[in-house]
Design a binder for this molecule. Structure first.
Ligand SMILES: [Zn+2]
Length: 108
């Protein structure tokens, strides 16, 4: 198995994990659309949970988008090409940051 194949398998795995998680969060969030509990303290903790869920949802979607972007670059054979300058992204950098799409010179 070459490293691209291995990486692709890992990304596909991660993608389905994330998709499943985001879906679960979204269905949890859907349940919160029911009327909130009347008791104030219940309601406060309900709102806390909602914020946590929403943060997780955003996080999951962001990573999902990165995984998909990375898969698309792999498909085009441009995984190690910097999207900004077209230069090579070093293997060390990719190993440390698998979704990175810019070389060290173009990084903010
Ligand atoms: Zn660059």
């Amino acid at each position: 198995m070459n490293s691209d194949t291995e990486l692709r398998a890992r990304l596909l795995n991660r993608r389905s994990e994330l998709a499943e998680r985001v879906q679960r969060i979204e269905s949890d969030l859907g349940h919160h659309e029911q009327p909130p509990p009347a008791d104030f303290s219940d309601r406060a903790s309900e709102l806390d949970n909602l914020e946590v869920l929403e943060a997780l949802q955003v996080e999951g979607r962001t990573e999902l988008a990165r995984v998909e972007g990375t898969l698309a670059r792999l498909d085009r054979g441009e995984y190690s090409r910097c999207t900004r300058c077209g230069g090579e992204i070093t293997a060390d950098r990719l190993a440390a940051l698998p979704y990175i799409d810019s070389c060290i010179d173009c990084a903010d």
